[in-house]
Design a protein around this ligand. Sequence first.
Ligand SMILES: CCCCCCCCCCCCCCCCCCCC(=O)SCCNC(=O)CCNC(=O)[C@H](O)C(C)(C)COP(=O)(O)OP(=O)(O)OC[C@H]1O[C@@H](n2cnc3c(N)ncnc32)[C@H](O)[C@@H]1OP(=O)(O)O
Ligand SMILES: Nc1ncnc2c1ncn2[C@@H]1O[C@H](COP(=O)(O)OP(=O)(O)OP(=O)(O)O)[C@@H](O)[C@H]1O
Ligand SMILES: O=C(O)CCC(=O)C(=O)O
Ligand SMILES: [Fe+2]
Ligand SMILES: [Mg+2]
Length: 286
Amino acid sequence: MLTPEQRLFYEENGFLLIKNLVSEADIERFRQEFERICRQEVKVPGLLVMRDVAIAKSEFVPDERAVSKLQDFQENPELFRYCALPQILKYVECFTGPNIMAMHTMLINKPPDAGKKTSRHPMHQDLHYFPFRPSDHIVCAWTAMEKVNRQNGCLVVLPGTHKGTLQEHDYPDWEGGVNKMYHGVQDYDPNHPRMYVEMEKGDTVFFHPLLIHGSGMNQTQGFRKAISCHYASSDCYYIDVRGTTQENIENEVQEIAGKKYGINEVAFKDTWAFRGRLVQGERTSL
Ligand SMILES: CCCCCCCCCCCCCCCCCCCC(=O)SCCNC(=O)CCNC(=O)[C@H](O)C(C)(C)COP(=O)(O)OP(=O)(O)OC[C@H]1O[C@@H](n2cnc3c(N)ncnc32)[C@H](O)[C@@H]1OP(=O)(O)O
Ligand SMILES: Nc1ncnc2c1ncn2[C@@H]1O[C@H](COP(=O)(O)OP(=O)(O)OP(=O)(O)O)[C@@H](O)[C@H]1O
Ligand SMILES: O=C(O)CCC(=O)C(=O)O
Ligand SMILES: [Fe+2]
Ligand SMILES: [Mg+2]
């Protein structure tokens, strides 16, 4: 499926941008469903709704202004259609092989910054959140639901960093506050070349889970939207993260699982096995 140039570009840089992969009609449907969820017209089992920390303690309004991110929409058939789009899976298969699990789903609604720079996402590697390997058989698809640029906080990547190892992550030391679980790499090379991934509606970037990336402040008045899914080969295996740099995120996820679902002592890997959904082939290991 990939041309030799595309494959080489991914191997060298850790990401690949495919223009115009998702249709306007599909994006419009995802947007409509997102709005219905914000208005609380549909109830989605397992869905986590995050509000930006800058407005977390203000009065709740049932519209998109209160929602900075939906996480775990795998039980919503309309949004989950994104994860099974054939044109996306054709690319995903190049990285994962034929047995494909959708491990993590998100719709990001980056709010206009409230003045404290909390709309930023610190530089991180997504593998920090994942207790499964090997990393080369994991890939994220991230589709712009509208034009994204430096003004509204597009993705920023450090090309080539996927060739390194998983770094230690923790909360950045930001004056205006940091969103829950927005861990960042503490000491990446500030002189590493950066690329601002500007995209049009429907463009999709595929990226490696070790690629260091983040996103800047949204300096516009609009809510910058993107939909994404992390895929892994179902032939991947779970690892025990005790005693590794991932122990801090394991503890936070277990705490949320305890608070939200009243389940204590749930293994980190089981929170992933429970949320993952097969989208192609056979569920062999994950
Ligand atoms: C077997 C079943 C398993 C189920 C497991 C479920 C675990 C899910 C964990 C999610 C895993 C994330 C993995 C991501 C992997 C991919 C890589 C992507 C990187 C990321 O994007 S990670 C960052 C995204 N993080 C989240 O979305 C966090 C998940 N969301 C939440 O935990 C909740 O939405 C949140 C933020 C805790 C809010 O909870 P909620 O109870 O709805 O809100 P309350 O109004 O009751 O507030 C409680 C308390 O939290 C404060 N608060 C609210 N929002 C924020 C915020 N954005 N940041 C910081 N703090 C926040 C609020 O003020 C309240 O504080 P109090 O002091 O008043 O208690
Ligand atoms: N096929 C396997 N089944 C079960 N456990 C395995 C398997 N392969 C490796 N492991 C164990 O999983 C742990 C992590 O393995 P591995 O070295 O592949 O991952 P990593 O170094 O954390 O990540 P990366 O993919 O970046 O190399 C090790 O403890 C290793 O012994
Ligand atoms: O959409 C963004 O701003 C970045 C999101 C991201 O990298 C993530 O959630 O892991
Ligand atoms: Fe990320
Ligand atoms: Mg290794």
